[in-house]
Design a protein around this ligand. Structure first.
Ligand code: GDP
Ligand code: MG
Length: 298
């Protein structure tokens, strides 16, 4: 795998702005405990990103329980463009007898980031505001093959007005291809029925056909069926791949015929990054800001 990310090829105007500022992209992972969130974060960092400078690589074979909201960062540079990617890992929920409030610390964290940005905007010197707002929230769904759980619906409802929600089917290697397809359809119909707004991708009118086709191909995979793995395994042909080994074969994390991990990564840090940031700023943050000012009587 190459370390190529491709953000240096983003549209010109945005590109120039970004070069000047240096920019950050913040992704949060949310979902029940044990669904592979921390593993996927490690998988993301071990493939597409250069090792964080002066920072240890996340350990490969050790996934400690996440107990607090924590952030892992990497600086990437491509053709002179600097990008800081921050992935915010949240403690899983669902383990408690009463999970009614399990969304609260996550929503509070998202709102604190909006508040910090609002404060910075109100300062006299508004140059170089660090943007710590969450630009994408990857929501992990248990691979039951049935339907969304009441807890998923509750949490997604709390989140969807505050972040770009990107639902994923966790541990997709535990389902067959047919099960994945029917589960995807079921999840999408549940989401629609519940009035939950998920990230829908850009609708640029000016894009060339190739870009439009690429975007459609990516969005057609939502909810992405993901598999995380931090170990390399050998295929029968002797290739070394990152994947999970079963008696019947190997699921390769980076193989698009096996799962949608590569598509998710491509969407986040290449094709849809700009759209995710703009929707966060222009719609999600703007709504939060105007509600807040209104509630303060301003
Ligand atoms: P978290 O609580 O959501 O952060 O979950 P972890 O990343 O700590 O993973 C929980 C367990 O699931 C660990 O034993 C992982 O090895 C395993 N796991 C993680 N990702 C996958 C996956 O894609 N497929 C399978 N089968 N197991 C996974
Ligand atoms: Mg974890």
């Amino acid at each position: 795998l190459t370390g190529f990310v491709g953000f240096a090829n983003l549209p010109n105007q945005w590109h120039r702005k970004s070069v000047r500022k240096g920019f950050s992209f913040n992704v949060m992972v949310v979902g029940e405990s044990g669904l592979g969130k921390s593993t996927l974060v490690n998988t993301l960092f071990n493939t597409s990103l250069y090792p964080p400078k002066e920072q240890k690589q996340p350990s490969l074979d050790f996934a400690p329980t996440t107990v607090a909201i924590q952030s892992i960062s990497a600086d990437i540079e491509e053709n002179g463009v600097r990008l800081r990617l921050n992935v915010i890992d949240t403690p899983g929920f669902g383990d408690f007898v009463n999970n009614n409030e399990s969304w609260r610390p996550i929503v509070e964290n998202i709102e604190q980031r909006f508040d910090a940005y609002l404060d910075a905007e109100n300062k006299v010197n508004r140059m170089n505001i660090v943007d710590n707002r969450i630009h994408a929230c990857v929501y992990f769904i248990q691979p039951t093959g049935h339907s969304l759980k009441p807890l998923d619906i509750e949490v997604m409802r709390r989140l969807h007005t505050k972040v770009n929600l990107i639902p994923v089917i966790a541990k997709a290697d535990t389902l067959t291809d047919e099960e994945v397809l029917s589960f995807k359809a079921r999840i999408l119909s549940d989401i629609k029925h519940q009035g939950i707004q998920i990230f829908e991708g850009p609708r640029y009118e000016l894009d060339d056909e190739e870009t439009i086709a690429e975007n459609q191909e990516i969005m057609s995979k939502v909810p992405f069926a993901v598999v995380g793995a931090n170990a390399e395994v050998s295929t029968p042909e002797g290739r070394k791949v990152r994947g999970r080994k079963y008696p019947w074969g190997i699921i390769e994390v980076d193989n698009e015929d096996h799962c949608d991990f590569a598509k998710l990564r491509q969407m986040l840090i290449r094709t849809h990054m700009e759209e995710l940031k703009e929707h966060t700023n222009n719609t999600l943050y703007e709504n939060y800001r105007s509600d807040k000012l209104e509630s303060m009587g301003m």
